[in-house]
Design a protein around this ligand. Structure first.
Ligand code: ATP
Ligand code: MG
Length: 238
């Protein structure tokens, strides 16, 4: 469980998070909101790239903000990014092994963990194929494999379905659904695809201008008038 209390981030005159408070229960939680609402900034705070000027975050009883960022990876915070991070000239295996190397929260042997993560995302074919030979959906699965390898505790997925055709989003949906049970990790999913969010997230929180607009069971939140007005009713939803 992740408890966020009054978190504020400032970049010069911009306040991308403005006293954000919310609780993410275990399992898979959604985090939605318009472009620029502060979703990625919040992930940057959790993973340690951005330091808030105020607020606290407790993750499974530990004070996350007191942990330096490289310790957070070892402790079990993992993420995907809005832009692809996998290195094209390396193989799928090497790309996943790189993250395993840094995380030091290993379950079994490196080989077992890396192949286990690749198998978990159901990336078919040769694990030693170079990432540049893969299609968009498969590359996205490499990003997810990097986020679940070893023993993650908290997996942050930043728009994993963006731009994918329906069939590949369907595959990704099943993979994400399996993360709590098979990888033992809590998931926070940011995405603009509301059918994906509805299908996998028990609860969803909505950010607007860096503040929590609503949170609760996903179906209720998506029916909330304020959420419809601030987000779902706009054309920005992809
Ligand atoms: N490094 C930075 N310096 C200055 N402003 C920033 C920086 N990073 C983000 N911002 C600003 O903070 C606000 C929140 O951005 P953020 O990327 O967190 O939004 P988001 O909810 O992830 O949006 P999207 O759905 O488009 O990905 C925006 O106004 C953005 O321009
Ligand atoms: Mg973002």
């Amino acid at each position: 469980m992740i408890d966020v209390s009054d978190v504020t981030v400032r970049f010069g005159g911009v306040t991308p998070l403005d006293g954000m408070s919310v609780r993410f229960e275990q399992g898979i939680c959604g985090l939605i909101g318009p472009n620029g609402a502060g979703k990625t900034t919040f992930f940057n705070v959790l993973s340690g790239f951005v330091r808030p000027v105020a607020g606290t975050i407790t993750a499974f009883g530990e004070d996350l903000l007191k942990m330096v960022h490289f310790r957070r990876a070892r402790w079990g915070v993992r993420r995907t990014f809005q832009t692809e991070q996998a290195i094209e000239e390396l193989s799928i295996y090497e790309n996943v092994a790189m993250i395993h190397e840094h995380s030091k929260m290993k379950g079994g042997s490196r080989r077992e963990d890396v192949l286990g993560a690749i198998e978990f995302v159901k990336l078919e074919g040769d694990p030693y194929a170079k990432v540049r030979t893969l299609g968009a959906g498969q590359r996205r699965l490499v990003e997810v494999a990097r986020a679940v390898v070893g023993r993650p505790r908290l997996v942050l997925l930043d728009e994993p379905a963006a731009g994918l055709p329906d069939e590949e989003t369907g595959h990704l949906r099943e993979v994400i659904r399996g993360i709590p049970e098979h990888m033992g990790a809590q998931v926070i999913l940011v995405d603009h695809d509301m059918s994906l969010v509805s299908a996998v997230c028990e609860m969803t929180a909505v950010l607007d201008f860096g503040r929590l607009l609503a949170s609760g069971p996903t179906a209720e939140v998506l029916r909330d008038e304020r959420v419809i007005r601030a987000y779902l009713g706009t054309e920005e939803v992809a």
